[in-house]
Design a protein around this ligand. Structure first.
Ligand code: AMP
Length: 224
């Protein structure tokens, strides 16, 4: 069977993490989130984590060489050789070029790029109310998707926290960075015929249904 290699594209707060959790289960893909990988480095107090944290707390992008080293290794690992779902990467055209080169080197290619679209004012509300569990990053929202017990993860009982970069000032900066550096990837992948768009204002189940149907079609087309 042909491997399914996907990118989840969209502004911070569009629901990429939520959809990634579900799609990973649907299609047995390796979910690769550069944000989660960086947060794990920060939590472990590594040199890379300390370097990255300065940028993350300011809402800026971590330098490409840090990210590219991390991702190059990860997509070559065994589970990712059978298909991957990139979440939060690439974030600019030079990362996208580097990804294309890495994949081409090993005779691999992208199956599709899934864009989840949401207007800015909705994103600010979503991000400011977002809470994540300290253990595995399960995502909740104080207003739209509260846990059964306040500040406790339904799935593993761990504590829920607000990410440092989910504070209003940093959110605005992250949205600016997205518009300037990441949004050009929409044209980039549209030009390559890989882009599929989804309305991220619909509820998560509907978004998931749409994406799942699209990915199933992309996989069928790939096998023909
Ligand atoms: P995320 O969880 O994807 O919103 O990422 C949180 C933060 O990690 C971002 O605001 C960036 O500072 C950093 N980050 C994550 N992925 C990347 C990437 N591909 N390139 C540069 N910085 C990244």
């Amino acid at each position: 069977m042909v491997e399914t290699n996907l990118i989840l594209l969209g502004p911070p707060g569009a629901g990429k993490g939520t959809q990634a959790e579900r799609l990973q289960a649907d299609f047995a893909l390796a979910h690769i989130s550069t944000g989660d990988m960086l947060r794990a480095q920060v939590a472990q107090g590594t040199e890379l984590g300390r370097e990255a944290q300065k940028y993350m707390n300011a809402g800026e992008l971590v330098p490409d060489e840090v990210i590219l080293g991390m991702i190059g290794q990860r997509i070559g690992e065994q589970d990712a050789r059978e298909g991957f779902l990139l979440d939060g990467f690439p974030r600019n055209t030079s990362q996208a070029d580097a990804l294309a080169a890495t994949l081409a080197d090993s005779g691999r290619r992208l199956t599709g790029v899934l864009l989840i679209d949401v207007p800015d004012e909705v994103l600010v509300r979503r991000l400011a109310g977002r809470r994540v569990c300290v253990k595995s990053g399960h995502v909740y929202h104080v207003e739209f998707d509260p846990p059964k017990r306040e500040d406790v993860c339904d799935q593993d009982g761990s504590r829920l926290i607000q990410r440092d970069d989910d504070r209003e000032e940093t959110i605005r900066r992250r949205l600016e960075v997205y518009a300037r550096q990441t949004a050009p990837l929409i044209d980039y992948y549209e030009g390559a015929g890989l882009l599929r768009r989804f309305d991220g204002q619909r509820n998560p189940n509907e978004v998931h249904d749409h994406i799942r149907a699209t990915v199933a079609t992309l996989r069928l087309e790939d096998e023909l």
